[in-house]
Design a protein around this ligand. Sequence first.
Ligand SMILES: [Fe+2]
Ligand SMILES: [Fe+2]
Length: 266
Amino acid sequence: MKNLFTYAAACLHNTAIDEKLALTHDAWHTLTNGELTFSEDVPVLAITEVRFPNKPVLLAPRDMPKRKMTSPEGKAAFFHAIAHVEFVAIYLAWDIIYRFRGMPPQFYQDWLQVADEEAQHFELIRTHLQTMGVDYGDLPAHGGLWDHAKDTAHDLLARLAMVPRCMEARGLDVTPAIIEKFNSIGDKASVALLTRILTDEVGHVERGSYWFKQLCQQQGVEAEAKYQQLIKQYYIGGKPKGPFNREMRIIAGFSNAELDWLETPP
Ligand SMILES: [Fe+2]
Ligand SMILES: [Fe+2]
């Protein structure tokens, strides 16, 4: 297997977790060795053909059991939730590659690097969870994460606005306080893990901003106005609620004007 889109199809249309992780790393290594081809003769199947494993069982957020993060059960539940976010993130990176063809090679290289990093994040969290006696799939998980992918399967600008520049950007807002909480209880392993992930996630949001602006420029549309329009159109409730991590979002390619708009109540 040497073609990027063949790897993408294999990762999206099969449920085996370990195989997906191995294929993702293999695709990235093949690219870094200069042996990956980008031949587009692999057909694009509808997003309804994407397959997830039978476990975890997916629940609506309101049905998820609520636990205090500092209890052992709460900590395991928290990291299980993060493992699921990372697992879906592997799919999101592969799907933006698979579904949106005709982009420059750098686009595919960037999102393949993201897929590889999301697979690493998933593996790190899964190993951390296993030290607590829990494996990925043992607990229920948030069922709504893939909805943004389905909603934006036909529109790359909307996908970039909603996934890296909305969902993943929320991680930049909320993770520092969670790291602080684990730090305050002396949980160094959790602090190290979440800090590593946060560093990579700034890069993912930055790539989202970069390609969003590139594509807007190419289409002759004004990027900041387009971002507002897409968030209003696709985000349930009009726009995400803050507080926003201004410093990290600026590094990740948000403008002050975009942040001012986000911070203004709807
Ligand atoms: Fe991640
Ligand atoms: Fe990410």
